[in-house]
Design a protein around this ligand. Sequence first.
Ligand SMILES: [Zn+2]
Length: 413
Amino acid sequence: MTAQTLLLIIIALTALSAIFGQVLAALNIAKPRQDIDPRLAGLYDAERYAKSLTYQADKTRFGLAMALFATALNVSLFATGAFGRWADFLSARLDSPILQALAFFGSLYLATDLLSLPFQLYGTFRLEARYGFNRTTLTTFIGDKLKGWLLTAILGGGAVSGLIALVGWLGSGFWLVCAGLALLVMLLVNMFYTSLIVPLFNKLRPLPAGELKSAIEAYASGQNFSLAGIFVIDASKRSSKSNAYFSGLGPKKKIVLYDTLIEKHSIPELVAVLAHEIGHYRHGHILRAFIGTGIQVTLTLWLFSLFVGNRLLSAALGAEHYALHLNVLAFGLLFSPISTLTGLLSVITSRRHEFQADAFAARTTSPEAMGSALKRLSVDNLSYLYPHPAFVFFNYSHPPVLQRLDRLGIIAP
Ligand SMILES: [Zn+2]
C-alpha cells in the first residue's frame, strides 16, 4: 500500500462517517409527530410540546452546521498534508520527542477549541437560552474554559508524555504496561472524581437534614446499601436541565443530586431516581462498564502497537519524517470504523442496563414513582418523544422515555 492510498482511505472514512451521522440525524427529525402520548398529556401542554419539536429541529440543524464545518476543514487539512508539515516543522525545532508530541497535540487541541468557539458560544448563549435552559454567565463560561484547558494540560499532557516515554523505552511491547497504567489512572479518576475534579467546576454541599434526606436514608438502609454521603450540586449555575449520579467505588459511594432535580421532583420520585442508580450497582453495571472499557483500551493499544513504527502512517498525513504522534493521529482516524462498532456495542448494552435499573427501582419503590420521575425528567429536559428507531439504535445510551414507560407497565389512563 502507498501513502497516497492510505490518505484516500482516511479521507473516505472521515467523510462517510460524517455523512452517515448526519443522514441519521436528518431522518430523526424528518417527520415529527404532532400528537402527544396520552401518558404525558397531563405534563405536556400543546405549546410546550411544540417547543420540544422545534428544540430538537434546532439542535439537529446546529449539529449539521458543526459537522459540515469540521469535516470540510479536516478533509482539506488531510488533503493538503498540513498535519504532516506541521509535525515536520516542530521536529526540526524541538529535540525531545516528548516535547514534539506535546507541542503537536497541544497546538491541535487549542486550534480546535478556538475554531469551535463560535459554535460553543452560539450553542450555550443562543440555542439553549432560546429554550430557557441556559443559566451560564460569560464569567462562568470563561472560567470553565480556562479550567478545562488546565485539566487537559495535566491529564492529556501526562497521557501523551507517558505514551511517548513508554514506546521509547519498550518499543512495540509498550502496550501491556501502557494499558495497565491507563486502567490505574481510570480507577483513580473514578475514585477521586467527586472530591477533586467536580469542586473545580461546581459547589457540592451535603443534603441538609429533612424529609428528603430521611426518605433517602430509609430507602438505602432498607436495601442494605451503604452511602458515604448525599450531596447536592449547584448544576443550576449552568443549565436548568436535571440529573443525578453516583460516584466512587466500594463502600465510599456518594450520591450526587442536581439542585435542579430536587427543585422539580416530589420525594417519592427522587427516591425512585436514587433506587434506579442503586439498581445499576446491584446489577453490577458499574463494574461491567469498567471491565468493558478496560478490554477496549487494552485491545486498542495492542492494535496500535502493530502500527506504531509504520512510516506509511506519518507519510499519509503529509510528513517527510516519521513521528510517533502523527502515527497516533492517523491510527485514530483509520481505527474509527472499529470504534464506531465498539461505541454501538456500548450503547446497546447501556440501554439494556437502563431497563434493568428501572425494573429494580420499580420493584423496590413503585412503578408509578419511577414512571412519574421519568415523565417529569423527559418533559423538563424537552426530550424528543418519537425519535427515529435507527437514530436511537446508533446513538441513544438511554432508551426513549415511552419505551421505558412501556416496560414499567405504565399505561394510558
Ligand atoms: Zn441509569
